[in-house]
Write a protein that binds this ligand. Structure first.
Ligand code: 5AD
Ligand code: SF4
Length: 437
């Protein structure tokens, strides 16, 4: 018997890429590849890339540079670049880095096995019309109690800074029945917590019995899946927070009290220049309605600082919005011009000014995140154990609010959903004790 072939897979960027990487690994497993953490052992290296900011794309090229000696020592090694850089740059990647054997666009993962076997062209950046996930093997699961499930891809919003509409294409929703099947298959393999993924997930409008389903309808049906304990979804656009979705946050106990709702900026002038199509007052009114439906909901957002034309006053407006909302978490980025997007044509804010704003914003978010954690101390929360902790007898999991919780529980098992009294809050996590029952 020959040894199985080995796959080294590196994922850059977002949760959608994490999901895509899992699916690619499953597709290659069907061809006899097992995953390795050691690049030197690999027969196939797949780099699943992100194009959203310049730094993310640059990482690809520095990693490819580091693969050069490996490829020289092992000519049979195949190197594949997948994901959004592959989609955006196509064959250009091979011109710049001849060691790259395969370029697999973000819509072509189901064709990766055939490309590796040499049965297809080495560069594939087509946008197929079919549901690419259905062309991949069934979910294998077995990676713990938490899973992502892509329900929607692409984006029609065309925010002025963003490459997603170009790299991931127009919005496409998967049919509801396929999503329900995939969710049931995951639950059968031990998954208890599913996060529905989409670049614009709350715009979901997949075909279902009786016509197109909204995300709220899909969540309702998923909530009925026995054995599934928790549901979440990400990422959402404020303009697609429909009434039925807001209501679902009040009605569905399995829908966890955490919502990532990016606003990007608190300045109406900047929001307009970003083509976000809402004002800060509209966003704040929306937050009020969501909190009315689910008062304990924890909110998070994405922010961009230093967007072209952003003044001190615009930035002050963003800080005021953050203070008004009180976030439980947030991701913040310095603006990065992306070729082909409208904002890339506009004069940039001074880099040092943008750096200073980013620091100030992040300090405020850190404060708010800590305040949200501290507010939970003394309360009892649901925790789903994801793995054993570093300390003996310790388990680590996530609270309903997606906060990391360390629990001393020598009898604890991965996949258990337990009640925990929170005793302490530290910079990035909570700790507590299990309450019987
Ligand atoms: N520069 C900086 N941040 C960006 N994002 C998207 N495009 C850019 C860009 N050109 C951020 C947005 C988005 C998140 C996924 O990445 O905040 O919500
Ligand atoms: Fe990009 Fe999100 Fe805007 Fe779509 S809604 S263009 S994915 S930032």
């Amino acid at each position: 018997m020959t040894d199985p072939k080995k796959l080294f897979l590196k994922t850059y960027g977002c949760q959608m890429n994490v999901y895509d990487s899992e699916r690619m690994a499953e597709a290659m497993a069907a061809d006899g590849y097992v995953q390795t953490d050691v690049a030197e052992d690999a027969d196939l290296v797949v780099l699943n890339t992100c194009h959203i900011r310049e730094k993310a794309s640059e990482k690809l090229y520095s990693d490819l540079g580091r693969l050069r000696p490996l490829k020289a020592a092992k000519p049979g090694l195949k190197v594949a670049v997948a994901g959004c850089v592959a989609q955006a740059e196509g064959a250009e990647i091979q011109r710049r880095m001849p060691l790259v054997d395969l370029v697999v666009g973000s819509q072509a993962y189901h064709r990766l096995p055939a490309m590796v076997r040499g049965n297809r062209a080495a560069v594939d950046t087509d946008f197929p019309v079919e549901d690419r996930f259905d062309l991949l093997p069934a979910r294998s699961g077995g990676r713990g109690p938490v899973a992502f499930l892509t329900v929607q891809e692409g984006c029609d919003k065309f925010c002025a800074f963003c490459v997603v509409p170009y790299t991931r294409g127009a919005e496409v929703s998967r049919p509801a029945a396929r999503i329900l099947d995939e969710a049931r298959a995951l639950v059968a393999k031990g998954v208890r917590d599913i996060t529905l993924l989409g670049q614009n997930v709350n715009a979901y409008h997949g075909a279902g019995p009786g016509g197109d389903w909204t995300l709220a309808r899909l969540l309702r049906e998923l909530a009925a899946v026995e054995g599934l304990a928790r549901l979440r979804y990400t990422t959402s656009h404020p303009n697609d927070m429909a009434d039925d979705l807001i209501a679902a946050h009040g009605d569905l106990p399995k829908l966890m009290p955490y919502l990532h709702l990016p606003v990007q900026s608190g300045s109406d002038r900047v929001l307009k220049a970003m083509n976000r199509k809402h004002t800060s007052a509209q966003y704040l009114a929306l937050i009020d309605r969501i909190r009315a439906a689910r008062p304990d909901i924890l909110l998070s957002s994405d922010f961009i600082v230093g967007f072209p034309g952003e003044t001190d006053q615009d930035f002050a407006d963003t800080m005021a919005l953050i203070r008004a909302v009180g976030y439980g978490a947030a991701y913040s980025f310095k603006y990065s011009a992306r070729p082909g997007t409208p904002a890339a044509e506009r004069p940039e804010v001074d880099s040092a000014v943008a750096d200073a704003r980013l620091q100030e914003l992040q300090a405020l978010i850190t404060q708010q995140q800590r305040a949200a954690q501290d507010a939970i101390v003394g309360r009892t929360v649901g925790v789903l154990y994801e793995k054993a902790g570093r300390m003996p007898g310790q388990m680590v999991g996530k609270s309903d609010h997606l906060q990391a919780v360390h629990v001393t529980d020598p009898a604890g098992k991965v996949g258990e959903l337990v009640h925990v009294r929170v005793l302490a809050s530290s910079s990035n996590s909570l700790s507590g004790e299990r309450i019987p029952g």
